[in-house]
Unconditional design. Structure first.
Length: 195
């Protein structure tokens, strides 16, 4: 039994695969051939699969999630499709991203930020994301619009793009643009600030 007043947000809720078109998201965030891509909190890895096709043989995709079952399933799909440019890793992005410094061109955080905010894990996560990103790298935050939707987080923890900008900008990123990526989702694209 949990004696806390509020339950901690679970980072591996139901999949939003049916609500988002991964091809559209990957296209809108500007991924291109040869990029090194990080899908932080990748879940089942459906963005990673599409990203692997875009970055091609000269690029690389790192798919990281705390849910080992999701990573095991992703690894099976990678094997079945004979994909050679995705590395699927079980890991906690709120503590330590198991990658070197400044190697990522684009990092995607899809349907994750609202949970990081509720669990007070934003600072540690964005610090790690910033560490692994190249100086000119982009961070794409995809999240649920602040409207009632068919599923997803409660309306009370959904954020507007402006709220996302305020939170992420505080941690060394500059907003570049906001794009609609689905009926219930937007993406805010940030660039890493160079000190």
């Amino acid at each position: 039994m949990n004696n806390n007043k509020f339950e901690k947000h679970r980072h591996f809720g139901r999949s939003s695969r049916s609500l988002l078109d991964p091809e559209k998201v990957i296209r809108e965030i500007g991924l291109k051939p040869g990029d090194i891509f990080l899908d932080a909190g990748c879940g089942e890895g459906y963005f990673s699969i599409v990203a692997s096709e875009v970055v091609g043989d000269s690029g690389k995709v790192y798919a990281i999630d705390i849910n080992n079952e999701a990573i095991v399933n992703l690894k099976k799909e990678i094997d079945e499709r004979n994909i050679t440019n995705i590395k699927a890793i079980t890991g906690d992005i709120t503590k330590k991203i198991p990658l070197g410094n400044e190697i990522i061109d684009i990092c995607l955080v899809a349907n994750v930020l609202h949970g990081l905010v509720i669990n007070k894990e934003v600072e540690s996560t964005l610090k790690e994301i910033s560490r692994v990103m190249k100086p000119n790298g982009d961070l794409a935050v995809v999240d649920f619009k602040k409207i009632d939707g068919p599923s997803g987080p409660p309306l009370s923890i959904r954020m507007s793009p402006e709220e996302v900008e305020k939170i992420v900008s505080w941690h060394g990123f500059k907003k570049e643009r906001v794009v609609e990526v689905g009926k219930y989702h937007y993406a805010v694209i940030f660039s890493k600030k160079i000190n």
